[in-house]
Design a protein around this ligand. Structure first.
Ligand code: F3S
Length: 288
C-alpha cells in the first residue's frame, strides 16, 4: 500500500509561528506560560504543550504578575492587549501577521473618518479583535444580505476575515458599492492557507482508494477538508489520532491519501503515516 501526502497540509504559517514562539519561551525557561484562549484548536497538541507548562486562561484578569501571557494567532483588541501588558510579567504577541494587517487597515481607515465593512463572522475572536481597532466605524457582516440594513457608508474600506470564502467577500464588496457615498476601497485580506489545503486534497482525492484527514472533529477547516475528499473518494475518514484507523477499512486499498487541518501538528501526521505504513506492510504479508 502506498501512502501519499497532499501537497499542502497541516499547520498554516500563523499557527506554526505561534507554536514556535511559545516553544522558544518554554526553552528559555519562562513560566508559567498562559495563552488567552486555546493557543491552537487541537486537543493532542494542547496536551503536549500542557506537559511543558503551557496553560489557557479565559480573560486577561486571570493573568498575574508572574504570567507570561500569550496572544494567539487570532489576535485581540488593543484594550485586551493593554490589560495583558499591565497585568502580566511579559506578553508574547503571536497574532498572525495576516490578521495584524487587517487590524491596521481598519484602524487607519477609522482615523481618516471612514467606515469599515468586514466580511466575516462577528462572533469569531479574530473579528472581535479587528473591531477593537475601529470600534465606532466597523460593521462585520456575514454576507451581502446584511449590508442592506447598514446606514450609508462613508468612503468605506471593505476587508475580510482571513478564512472566509472569496465568493462571500466579492458579494459583500459589491453590496457595499451600492451603499457607499464614494467608491469603496476593497482590499482582499483572505488568507490562502485554507484554500491551498482544500485544492491539494481535491487534486489527490481522485488518485487514491482511501483518504485520511487528520484533525479535530470540531475544527471547521478539517471537517471541510473531509467533505472535499469525500467528493471523489468514498472511503474518506476524519481521524484525530492514529489509533482511530481501522485496518479493516484498508483491505484491498492500493493507495491511501493523507492530509491534515491547519491546526494539526506535524508529529501527529508522522504518527498516522507510520501507522498506515505498518498496516500496509501487514497487508502485504503472504497469506498461508
Ligand atoms: Fe494566519 Fe492564515 Fe493561519 S491568517 S493563522 S496563516 S489561516
Amino acid at each position: 500500500m502506498e501512502v501519499l501526502l497532499a501537497d499542502e497540509y497541516g499547520f498554516c504559517f500563523g499557527v506554526e509561528r505561534a507554536v514556535e514562539m511559545v516553544e522558544e519561551a518554554v526553552a528559555e525557561g519562562a513560566r508559567p506560560i498562559r495563552s488567552l484562549g486555546p493557543l491552537i484548536h487541537n486537543a493532542q497538541e494542547m496536551e503536549r504543550l500542557g506537559e511543558k507548562g503551557v496553560s489557557t486562561i479565559d480573560s486577561p484578569g486571570e493573568a498575574d504578575g508572574d504570567t507570561i501571557a500569550v496572544i494567539r494567532a487570532h489576535g485581540v483588541t488593543p484594550q485586551v492587549q493593554r490589560d495583558l501588558e499591565q497585568r502580566a510579567a511579559q506578553v508574547i504577541d503571536a497574532t498572525c501577521p495576516f490578521v495584524t494587517r487587517v487590524q491596521h487597515l481598519a484602524e487607519r481607515a477609522a482615523e481618516q473618518g471612514r467606515d469599515v465593512v468586514v466580511a466575516g463572522n462577528p462572533d469569531h475572536p479574530e473579528m472581535i479583535g479587528v473591531v477593537g481597532y475601529a470600534p465606532n466605524n466597523t460593521y462585520v457582516v456575514r454576507d451581502a444580505s446584511e449590508v442592506a440594513s447598514l446606514p450609508t457608508l462613508r468612503s468605506p474600506l471593505v476587508v475580510s476575515q482571513t478564512t472566509i470564502k472569496l465568493k462571500t467577500f466579492l458579494e459583500v464588496a459589491e453590496a457595499v458599492r451600492q451603499k457607499a457615498d464614494a467608491k469603496p476601497q476593497v482590499v482582499n485580506t483572505i488568507c490562502s492557507a485554507t484554500r491551498d489545503r482544500q485544492d491539494a486534497a481535491r487534486a489527490l482525492a481522485g488518485e487514491v482508494d482511501a483518504f485520511y484527514v487528520i484533525g479535530g472533529r470540531h475544527s471547521s477547516n478539517s471537517v471541510k477538508l473531509l467533505a472535499v475528499c469525500q467528493e471523489q473518494c468514498e472511503k474518506s475518514f476524519l481521524i484525530e489520532t492514529p489509533s482511530e484507523i481501522d485496518p479493516g477499512d484498508l483491505q484491498g486499498v492500493g493507495r491511501v491519501g493523507v492530509t491534515a487541518g491547519a491546526s494539526t501538528p506535524d508529529w501527529l501526521i508522522k504518527q498516522v503515516v507510520q501507522r498506515l505504513n505498518e498496516i500496509g506492510a501487514a497487508h502485504a504479508q503472504p497469506v498461508h
